[in-house]
Design a protein around this ligand. Structure first.
Ligand code: PHE
Length: 445
């Protein structure tokens, strides 16, 4: 089957960076860092990203491009008559869970665009209350999160190339510039140094097994790793494209976005006297407050939330694409039908997730509501587990010669011998052990 390719290497890079950069960087990273002790979390996170996740990303890339099929079939192609395809099935489940709660937060960005358009962010307003009222309101929450899911489905039907790619090309750099501007403003607020200290001066005594797992899960989440996204996009990637360069660029830009988002938010948190442990509302409480104090802040807020929405969209389409690619190839249906089918299943979960912030907030399993369950099960269990199984697959099931052939793009990319051996060693031994140890110890401790 002709699966189509990305038109160019830059197209691949944009799609992958688009998938990686999103609410994970701007919303999830700052609030997790806030509730996990700041600097120590940041250091562990960065170590995981560069030492662990880079080789894991190579592995997911290798499986995707060499398997050249959806996330389940890729394993059947590479390891026929085996059980490895269960990794792919796990990836499908993870995509669905992530999409379910991600759409809710995507809905919040829409809600905040709407608020910004009505210039609701006035100086001195109670932004914490504004946030809580928005997310607990049944009508608002349902309307905006379903709307977000529908736009995601619409983009997947219309085709990524026709619109979103062009938009993303302009809006993502614009988002980066606005975030830097906000960071500068935040740094000039009274008491800003407290926020910087919190972010960059580590107190390792606060580290627990849960903190380390949260950092690991966030690294996977932010890089869209361990759930077939990289794999599915890689299956459309040209044999000659340079995996090492592509992955490194995605990694660096994603991490830069997260750190600058942290610098935009943390100093303001301390300056405004908000608790860094505010939780998932942090971004939505702090940024409107900053905008309310900026000249032309009303307009900046509109742009900002619109770009945040687009960044979220380029991520949510990558989740839905994992499911859609699977349904198209395995059930032999057309793209539109596949989107309806997967969209309908996602819709049920999105509704439950959005209500779990309000009317269903008392419905809890093991103390967690539906939103937390989807968030934690995917980021802290399914993604790291998926990533671990992927490196095990590449390290132990594929031949070393296959690994070398893929990572050097069939000999097109010249890589140093030591780099190949070192990366292979991490993939084969270090990565599986580290992920397993972090996961198991956080359960036991
Ligand atoms: N990486 C995306 C973000 O940071 C979220 C995501 C997770 C996308 C998993 C795809 C898969 O927002």
């Amino acid at each position: 089957m002709n699966r189509g390719n990305f038109g160019s290497s830059i197209g691949v890079l944009l799609a992958m960076a688009g998938s990686a950069i999103g609410l994970g960087n701007l919303w999830r990273f700052p609030h997790l860092m806030g509730s996990n002790g700041g600097a120590a979390f940041l250091i562990i996170y960065v170590c995981f990203v560069f030492l662990l996740c880079l080789p894991i990303m190579f592995s997911e890339f290798i499986i995707g491009r060499r398997g050249a099929a959806n996330t389940v079939r890729a394993y059947k192609v590479l390891a026929p008559k085996s059980q490895w395809h269960w990794i792919g099935i796990m990836s499908l489940l993870a995509s669905l869970l992530v999409l379910a709660f991600y759409s809710v937060v995507g809905g919040w960005t829409l809600n905040y665009i709407w608020k910004a358009l009505r210039f609701s962010f006035t100086e001195g307003a109670n932004f914490t209350e504004m946030y809580h009222l928005s997310v607990t309101s049944t009508a608002d929450s349902l309307f905006f999160s379903i709307f977000f899911l529908l736009v995601t489905a619409g983009v997947i039907i219309a085709g990524v190339k026709n619109g979103i790619e062009k938009w993303a090309k302009i809006l993502m750099p614009a988002l980066f510039i606005i975030i830097i501007m906000v960071a500068i403003r935040s740094l000039t607020l009274p008491n800003a140094t407290e926020g910087l200290k919190f972010m960059f001066s580590p107190d390792f005594s606060k580290i627990t097994g849960d903190t380390v797992l949260a950092a690991l899960g966030q690294a996977f989440f932010s890089l869209s790793l361990g759930m077939g996204c990289v794999q599915t996009y890689a299956s459309y990637v040209d044999k000659k494209d340079n995996i090492v360069k592509l992955s490194s660029m995605v990694l660096v830009s994603d991490t830069l976005f997260a750190i600058i988002a942290g610098i935009a938010i943390m100093p303001a948190v301390f300056s405004f006297g908000v608790s860094p442990e505010e939780g998932p509302g942090l971004l939505f409480v702090i940024l409107p407050d900053i905008f309310s104090q900026l000249p032309f802040g009303g307009f900046i807020a509109i742009f900002f939330f619109f770009m945040l929405f687009v960044a979220a969209l380029t991520s949510s389409i990558s989740m839905l694409e994992v499911l859609v690619a699977y349904v198209i190839e395995e059930m032999n249906v057309k793209r539109v039908k596949a989107v309806f089918l997967t969209g309908a299943i996602a819709l049920v979960l999105v509704v439950l997730n959005s209500l779990s912030q309000g009317v269903l907030s008392d419905f809890k399993i093991l103390g967690y509501n539906m939103f937390d369950i989807c968030d934690k099960t995917s980021a802290n269990i399914l993604l790291p587990l998926g990533g671990m199984l992927m490196v095990i697959f590449v390290g132990w099931r594929l031949k070393k010669s296959d690994f070398i052939d893929e990572i050097t793009s069939g000999g097109n990319v010249k890589l140093k011998e030591w780099f190949l051996n070192f990366t292979y060693f991490i993939i084969k031994f270090v990565a599986p052990i580290v992920v397993a140890v972090v996961m198991i110890s956080s359960w036991l401790l």
